[in-house]
Ligand binder design. Structure first.
Ligand code: GCO
Ligand code: MN
Ligand code: MN
Length: 387
């Protein structure tokens, strides 16, 4: 059926997304909590492929070992009954007051050690459930005042933590890749490593950069007023797009986590087109939640909407790629008379000499009509459904 999610689409949701109870800084929950087992069944009902989790989405932070085992057993049974998989796991290093000044970048070495311990245990749980990607979102790795922390110390501590955990994964023989998730602010005033570009720069300084990539999120780059597609393309280009968090977010607003494609549709279109064109084959993870006004019936609509919009935009991308007029325009834009083809294949002294002696008709270069208005209008017409 058209726009029906299938396992090969790899649509996943976090336990914390459809399980979000509608709490915000101004109001108490508007929905009763539902259990992880119920969430798994709800996700299966709407057609998702997988479910991701923080350790404490499943096992409460103060659970006894016996409680943990029972909870994990029930959860595994729900996975078996529904066929859902757990492709990604992560650690909650932000809810408990112990982490109020960060986890790996806390000024307190005991907090940093506790964060490492909690992450190792959570990695064990994730691997037990089948996860192949482990996400690190530095929820409180940042500051309100820079009087409190030296950013160089924070960078060093964060690096030491990721290096330690890479070694732990190797030592345990885990088949696990790490995906670091940048965010510019919220819940701290300023979070360290705020953008995809910053994170990619940091990864290059690690002991095992080959194990570590990024988990970019639409909302996070949008909060910083940045072009998400460009960030994703840079990550892809670097071979570092290990995971992706899809949602939506207007520029300049609070952390919205809206349904995918609900706020900036055109950006969502170019993103889907990119992921499909390059053949990204990781999870399409929706890190979003329903409006606070929703009851669980509407939460289901929210989840269905994320996947359905993705699939509609995928179809629009195919339409764009097959549109004869659009393709002719793209060809016209990229026309090549071959006169500079000698530059292909990189530098040589001869090429440099030849290029320095070349004569360019600068006026003609600047006078060329670039049909981007037409191209964009055709794109808009595809999105509006008249083409
Ligand atoms: C946020 C983040 C989180 C992370 C999650 C998984 O803004 O709160 O996007 O939802 O993605 O902790 O790492
Ligand atoms: Mn987020
Ligand atoms: Mn996220």
């Amino acid at each position: 059926m058209a726009y029906e999610p299938q396992p090969e689409h790899k649509f996943t949701f976090g336990l914390w997304t459809v399980g979000n109870v509608g709490r915000d800084p101004f109001g108490v929950p508007t929905r009763d909590p539902i259990s992880p087992v119920e969430i798994v069944h709800m996700l299966a009902e709407v057609g998702a492929y997988g479910v991701n989790l923080h350790d404490n989405d499943l096992v409460p932070i103060d659970a006894t070992p016996a409680e943990r085992d029972r909870i994990v057993r029930d959860f595994k049974r729900a996975l078996e009954e529904t066929g859902l998989v757990v492709p990604m796991a992560t650690t909650n290093l932000f809810t408990d007051p112990a982490f109020k000044d960060g986890a790996f970048t806390s000024n307190d070495p005991r907090v940093r050690a506790y964060a490492l311990q909690k992450t190792m245990r959570s990695m064990d749980l994730g691997v037990e459930l089948g996860a192949k990607v482990y996400v690190f979102w530095g929820g409180r790795e940042g500051t309100e005042t820079d009087a409190s922390k030296n950013p160089l110390d924070a960078a060093k501590w964060f690096r030491e933590a990721i290096n330690f955990l890479c070694e732990y994964a190797i030592d345990q023989g885990y088949d696990l890749k790490f995906a670091l998730e940048p965010k510019p602010n919220e819940p701290r005033s300023d979070l360290y490593l705020p953008t995809v570009g910053a994170m990619l720069g940091f990864i290059a300084t690690l002991d095992h950069p080959e194990m570590v990539g990024v988990n970019p999120e639409v909302a996070h780059e949008h909060m910083a007023g940045l072009n998400f597609l460009h960030a994703v393309a840079q990550a892809w280009d670097a071979g570092k797009l290990f995971h992706i968090d899809l949602n939506d977010q207007l520029f300049g607003r609070y952390d919205q986590d809206f349904r995918f494609g609900s706020a900036m549709l055109k950006q969502a279109f170019f993103l889907v087109k990119f992921l499909e064109d390059v053949g990204y084959d990781g999870s399409r993870h929706f890190d979003a939640h329903a409006y606070r006004t929703a009851g669980y019936e509407d939460v289901r609509e929210f989840a269905r909407g994320c996947m359905r919009t993705y699939l509609i935009l995928k179809e629009k991308a195919e339409r764009f790629n097959q549109d004869a007029e659009i393709q002719a325009l793209l060809q016209e834009i990229r026309q090549d008379d071959g006169s500079t083809s000698y530059l292909a294949g990189g530098y040589s002294r001869e090429k440099a000499e030849r290029l320095k002696n070349e004569t360019f008709d600068r006026t003609a270069l600047g006078a060329r009509n670039l049909p981007y208005e037409r191209l964009d209008q055709l794109t808009v017409e595809i999105l509006l459904g008249v083409r």
